[in-house]
Design a protein around this ligand. Structure first.
Ligand code: CO
Length: 132
C-alpha cells in the first residue's frame, strides 16, 4: 500500500483552493464524481495529493459530515494494485467496507472506504488508480 492522498471536506472548492494557492504552487486538477456527489480539486504535492471535496447534494454523507463536524480532514487514502483483492484480504482480517463493491472514483479510479469503526476512528479510502 502506498499513501495516495488526504481528503478534506470543504463547503466550497473554489474558496479553499484560493487558500491552498496562497500556500503553495500546486498543480490542480478539477473534476466531479456524480456517484460520490462531490466536486473535487486534486492538488498534487510530490508523490501524494491533497483532495478537496465539496458536496453537490445536501443528502450526501459528505454534506452530513460538514453539517455535523464542520470542514476539515475527512479521509486518508492508500493506493492498491487490485482493489478487489485488497478488499477480500482486508475483509478476511475483519475490516468493514462502506460499499459492497468498489465504486467509481475520480479520474477513472475504483475506490472503496473502510469503515472508521474498524479503522481506529479514521475513514480510510482504498483506491485503484486509473490511467487518467
Ligand atoms: Co479520496
Amino acid at each position: 500500500m502506498k499513501f495516495d492522498h488526504v481528503g478534506i471536506a470543504v463547503r466550497s472548492v473554489t474558496e479553499t483552493l484560493a487558500i491552498y494557492q496562497r500556500l503553495g504552487g500546486f498543480e490542480v486538477r478539477l473534476t466531479e464524481v456524480p456517484g460520490q456527489r462531490a466536486k473535487i480539486a486534486l492538488l498534487k504535492a510530490g508523490e501524494t495529493s491533497v483532495e478537496l471535496l465539496e458536496p453537490t447534494s445536501d443528502e450526501s454523507s459528505l454534506a452530513k459530515f460538514i453539517r455535523e463536524r464542520g470542514e476539515g480532514l475527512h479521509h486518508i487514502a492508500f493506493a492498491v494494485e487490485d482493489i478487489n483483492r485488497s478488499m477480500d484480504e482486508l475483509k478476511g482480517k475483519g475490516f468493514r467496507f462502506i460499499y459492497e463493491k468498489p465504486a467509481d472514483g475520480k479520474f477513472g479510479s475504483r475506490v472503496n472506504f473502510i469503515h472508521p469503526k474498524t479503522a481506529g476512528g479514521v475513514l480510510v479510502e482504498l483506491t485503484q488508480n486509473g490511467r487518467e
